[in-house]
Design a protein around this ligand. Sequence first.
Ligand code: SAM
Ligand code: DTB
Ligand code: SF4
Length: 337
Amino acid sequence: MSAIRHDWTIEQIESLLDLPFNDLVFRAQGVHREHFDPNRVQVSTLLSIKTGACPEDCGYCPQSAHHDVTLERERLLPLDEVLEAARDAREKGATRFCMGAAWRNPTDRNLERVIEMVQGVREQGLETCMTLGMLTPEQAQRLAEAGLDYYNHNLDTSPEFYDEIISTRTYQDRLDTLEHVRAAGMSVCTGGILGMGESRRDRAGLLGQLANLPQHPESVPINQLVQVKGTPLFGVEDLDPFEFVRTIAVARILMPQAHVRLSAGRTGMSDEMQALCFLAGANSIFYGEQLLTTPNPAQDRDQALFRRLGILPESGREAVQAADDAAAEPRERTRRA
Ligand code: SAM
Ligand code: DTB
Ligand code: SF4
């Protein structure tokens, strides 16, 4: 049985990434089956509640004011528009509604407005997730008290590669926000982006940071860079698809109880590649035709893919149950040893 560990070295993680592909995927699928139904995938829908004009300079992001990207900027959406989008997502089968804002951090006034959104979306029976940038401990506490289930804040890449991508906030700032989210009692959603020109060692470094957090994140989004014209990373060499699948497999092995989300970038992936990602242990997706500002596969394409693979969407209750079961397990010893 797979141990829950928090002491991975980069060398150990690199040697997993180096395994023959079949050995790696077989091992990851074995770990996956210890903790999850292999034929269920959690389904989340994203909404950009505040778009563009972000003061941060993240090199991958079309919403940064530092880059020359044509984008329709929007102020914080009115509550009724958010609730309508949530209702629509629920009717189409999503169980979690993730709201993203292009902020460095929310102001306290903004926070009051997003709290109304959390409350309204929860009332519709959906799980809630937000990604609003950096949070103070007090802001994290306020969101937790309002009933926010998950907070997304990505580490994005390894500490070593990070400075090539972002200069306006530090890696430590990100770790601090994750600590505040955890201390407030919310579930942590954190992952990164592949295909930004990083090395395999950087991918190992990112996974090591995630897996060596004091408690594993409940949700680990692995994004493939969506290249947007006008961003500094436009034109970077594409990552070998098998390398992406390998990274998913190693995330599954290192964080056996986490939902690993096959996140941005699916529009550029074949159905076969997505099937390999599910085989390697991915068990969550973003569903709906739009991510924040870029496209996502059409819903009928995803429904057809699930049908062809015999995959069923995980119900919200099952997801909560899985998280509760995981929380009930002693985390520092081998599970069902
Ligand atoms: N502004 C907040 C922040 O950065 O913390 C929240 C929104 S931000 C858009 C959320 C995440 O989306 C980023 O951390 C990054 O991992 C991901 N992301 C942004 N642009 C992307 C792109 N072009 N391709 C893949 N992932 C991207
Ligand atoms: C995450 O890891 N990926 C999502 C979500 N968290 C907020 C965002 C992907 C954004 C892709 C680029 C865009 O659509 O603007
Ligand atoms: Fe702003 Fe978030 Fe985009 Fe960075 S990733 S530029 S913080 S919206």
